[in-house]
Ligand binder design. Structure first.
Ligand SMILES: Cc1ncc(COP(=O)(O)O)c(C=O)c1O
Length: 481
């Protein structure tokens, strides 16, 4: 099974030269290191005379107004990807996975685009509440929800709680008993909808998946051990809980639906067993998220319509084989909606040429952010791309590494990229595909101030999340008043 291949524009004649020593096997030297690779960028991104614009806003202008570094969020792109999932999966419920990136503006867009929302903490639930999101369209995840979080979710009337342990089922059953015994408590009425998160023994990533009988991980109830069936029994037996169905999430950055096929087979087999053994026809199945995006030219993701047709035919085929009706389906894409809708713009501070073995030179380009605004490179060994955003260059491509300003050798933003050989202090560098798991995983390491998220649309900018200030840092440091 291939794990990497050049794709999209990279197939174009003459776009690429050979690989170069020092770079990874998939990275080809471009004829023009200044050119934009459209599949990596927000849909409104253009490059004119070397200047990158998103949403009709030239990034040098954006930086003059809002400073650097900044996350740039293309509203039109976000809405287009959200509605593409909604339309392609029209017979499903599409839950946007808030862990990818969440703020009140995005929650408002989701409400307007008709998506549902998956949250996995009290904090994410608070954002949904603050933005006035319809609570019946919220799914509440988490392997260790506190009693206070469960009480809040029940009180707000969330549409479903995805239970993840026997302890949680016990707590939730206890908490919800008065809802049915006494008729009402707070805004919630009647039983609370529950899905049982199961582990199907499939771990999927990019083009590969591993299918095992057991899973050594903290999430879910194992189907193979019988825990999942027991969890379903307990939820069904609790008067305050309404058993909605099974939930399975198999991994991240997946391009190939074969992992979903194995998982769907196992989850649907359990669904059929529940009907036989307990006599309950559960109405729903959630297949989770994990649909991949293009971070570099080696990634070649499918469009939502293709994913929908493949996933649906897998489920229909399995249901036919089991002789059961197709349950209502839901999915939880996060990365595939917000990932490509954002890029990060940085300013170059220093440039250093480092000689590697064999006469290879790597250009280290230090920018004014780093692992505090994008931890994925350090945490997951993730690959990213980059381009100069502020000027044209006719210089020869140089094998480059974009690094941050943190006190850590692993503080790398883009491991390998060809940037023009004349990259210099003051240049703006933009990194695409930073919408998912970057701002949401950002930290204050080295007391860095987290960058703002700047929305762009029709040639205008607006602040979605403002830049942090030192006052924000000191708000929690109560040592000296
Ligand atoms: C249960 C669940 N659903 C959905 C997602 C979203 O995944 P992605 O952003 O890769 O689509 C995740 C990610 O970890 C998850 O754990």
């Amino acid at each position: 099974m291939p794990t990497a291949h050049p794709s999209g524009w990279a197939h174009a004649d003459g776009a690429l030269r050979a690989n170069r020593p020092g770079g990874p096997h998939w990275l080809r030297e471009p004829r023009d290191p200044d050119a934009l690779v459209p599949s990596l960028w927000p849909r409104t991104a253009t490059k004119d005379d070397g200047v990158l614009s998103v949403g009709g806003v030239p990034l040098p202008e954006l930086v003059r107004e809002h400073g650097s570094p900044a996350y740039v969020l293309d509203e039109a792109d976000f809405r287009a990807r959200a509605s593409a999932f909604r339309d392609a999966f029209a017979s499903y419920d599409v839950y946007y996975a808030g862990k990818a990136f969440l703020c009140t503006t995005v929650v408002r867009w989701l409400a307007e685009e008709g998506l549902s929302l998956d949250v996995c903490s009290g904090g994410e639930l608070a954002v949904a509440e603050r933005a006035g999101f319809p609570m019946e369209r919220v799914g509440f995840h988490g392997n260790n929800k506190t009693v206070a979080e469960l009480e809040r979710a029940v009180g707000l009337g969330v549409g479903r709680v995805i239970v993840d342990s026997f302890h949680e089922i016990e707590r939730l059953a206890e908490l919800t008993r008065p809802l049915v015994e006494e008729g009402s408590r707070g805004p919630a009425r009647g039983p609370v909808g529950v899905m049982v998160r199961v582990t199907a023994g499939v771990e999927a990533h990019t083009h590969e998946y591993i299918a095992t009988a057991h899973e050594d991980q903290k999430f879910g109830f194992s189907i193979a051990s019988g825990d999942a069936l027991e969890a379903v029994r307990r939820v069904h037996a609790a008067p305050g809980l309404e058993l909605l169905g099974l939930h399975s999430h198999i991994g991240s950055q997946i391009f190939d639906t074969s992992g979903f096929e194995v998982a769907a087979r196992r989850v649907l087999a359990l669904h059929a067993t529940v009907r036989e053994a307990i006599g309950v026809e559960m109405p729903e199945i959630d297949l989770g998220g994990g649909f991949g995006i293009a971070y570099t030219t080696q990634d070649d993701p499918s469009e939502p319509a293709q994913l929908a047709s493949e996933v649906t035919s897998i489920v229909e085929h399995e249901c036919r084989a089991l002789g059961i009706t197709v349950p209502r389906l839901s999915i939880e894409p996060g990365r595939a909606i917000v990932g490509p809708a954002m890029c990060t713009v940085y300013e170059v501070g220093t440039v250093k040429e480092v000689a590697l073995d064999g006469g290879v030179v790597r250009t280290y380009v230090s920018v004014d952010g780093g692992m505090s605004d994008n931890i994925r490179t350090a945490l997951y060994d993730a690959d990213y791309s980059a381009t100069i955003a502020s000027r044209p260059s006719g210089a020869e491509p140089a094998l480059s590494r974009v690094v941050g300003k943190h006190c850590e050798a692993g503080d790398i933003v883009v491991k390998d990229e060809f940037l023009p050989g004349d990259v210099r202090p003051g240049d703006l560098v933009a990194v695409p595909g930073t919408g998912a798991y970057c701002r949401s995983m950002a930290s204050n390491y080295n007391h860095a101030l987290r960058p703002p998220v700047i929305g762009v649309r029709d040639g205008k900018t607006y602040t979605v999340l403002r830049r942090e200030t030192e006052a924000d840092l000191f708000a929690t440091d109560v040592g000296v008043s």
